[in-house]
Design a protein around this ligand. Structure first.
Ligand SMILES: NC(=O)C1=CN([C@@H]2O[C@H](COP(=O)(O)OP(=O)(O)OC[C@H]3O[C@@H](n4cnc5c(N)ncnc54)[C@H](O)[C@@H]3O)[C@@H](O)[C@H]2O)C=CC1
Ligand SMILES: O=C(O)C(=O)Cc1ccc(O)cc1
Length: 311
């Protein structure tokens, strides 16, 4: 495609996602100008030295002439950041975010977003356990889903803005899906949020086992446990905010999970091998379906396509 989708984008929050966006927008030509802001001076300095775009120490300056502002901060910081950005947005601009929870993000942004701006929340289903500007990379969104949760029943100009934002993400290589915010939160509770909670919990249990020393856990950790430790290395602030902001859906999913886990516990106790076989075979089927749907290629597998950099 020739010509940028947006003349100028502003990225607020230059961590893993914000810096990946900056790199991808430049590499694909989706934006002619990339303006960046982070509240941390150290992060701004790193972003400048990495050449990610025009880094400013003024949030107002960063957002003033942007056609699209992308909020890439932890979910718990969305409301205050939106409040600070609001007076500086130009009429007709698109305001979006990348938060992992969508209903609370929508409410937080809607509370402050001016009427002359098109508010379209979004969430890239792509990431890694790393954080910070050095951890980002341009191919992160390639082949991954990007979910947009627009406000229903808006006018034609709004719908046009949704199409434009979708075109931007597609230019970065993402596949765009439109979804209701509450539904997004229920789906992600089981496919992303609960797996992270389980990972944090299994690592914590291993730490606390009196009968197995920490050294042995590190030394003999087999594939399964190692995979959990990767996920449990994710940013604590980000995940605290996810759980506090998707409380209802996570608690409901956790309830079902605990019941199913108790059933497996029972099957082990009573030697019910048939039940274990039934459950394990069904789980294998889901894995097969994910592979067949092309969701576990090198392009889309979380983290696997990340350059192995320390942050
Ligand atoms: N890490 C991941 O794998 C994914 C994260 N997300 C979402 O993306 C968002 C950002 O996550 P990451 O990039 O991983 O985090 P990160 O920790 O790498 O970066 C966040 C950045 O936001 C900055 N920040 C915090 N509060 C701010 C504020 N008030 N004003 C300006 N900057 C502020 C921090 O200084 C930091 O540089 C989160 O909402 C997260 O839920 C979405 C998909 C994947
Ligand atoms: O690293 C992993 O395994 C992930 O699950 C990445 C991830 C984290 C949070 C999101 O909202 C989306 C993707």
């Amino acid at each position: 495609m020739t010509g940028a989708t947006f003349e100028e984008i502003a990225i607020v929050g230059i961590g893993l996602i914000g810096s990946s966006l900056a790199r991808a927008a430049k590499e694909t030509g989706a934006a002619s100008k990339v303006s960046l802001y982070d509240r941390s001076e150290a992060v701004r300095d790193t972003a400048s030295s990495l050449g990610l775009g025009d880094v400013s120490d003024s949030l107002a300056e960063t957002c003033r002439s942007a056609d699209c502002v992308l909020l890439c901060v932890p979910v718990g910081a969305i409301e205050e950041t939106m409040r600070d950005i609001a007076p500086h947005l130009k009429p007709g601009a698109i305001m979006t975010d990348v938060g992992s929870v969508k209903e609370s993000a929508l409410n937080a942004m809607q509370a402050h977003c001016p009427a002359h701006v098109h508010l379209i929340p979004g969430h890239p289903i792509a990431g890694t356990e790393k954080s910070g500007p050095k951890a980002g990379f341009a191919s992160l969104f390639r082949g991954a889903w990007h979910i947009l949760t627009p406000i229903p029943q808006q006018d034609e100009a709004y719908n046009g803005a949704v199409d434009r934002l979708a075109a931007f993400w597609e230019r970065l290589g993402a596949r765009v899906e439109i979804m209701d915010a509450a539904r997004h939160d229920r789906v992600l509770a089981i496919t992303s949020h609960l797996p992270h909670l389980i990972a944090y919990n299994i690592v914590s249990t291993a730490y606390d086992m009196e009968s197995v020393g920490e050294g042995e856990v590190v030394k003999y950790s087999a594939g399964g446990f190692r995979d959990f430790t990767r996920i449990a290395a994710s940013d604590p602030t980000m995940w605290r905010d996810v759980f506090l902001n998707n409380k209802d859906a996570v608690l409901e999913t956790l309830g079902r999970f605990s019941e199913d886990l108790a059933a497996l516990q029972r099957a082990i106790r009573w030697g019910d091998g048939d039940m274990l076989m039934r459950e394990f075979e069904r789980a294998r089927g889901i894995r097969k379906a994910i592979i067949e749907a092309g969701q576990d290629t090198d392009e889309t597998n979380f983290g696997r396509n990340a350059p192995d950099k320390k942050d």
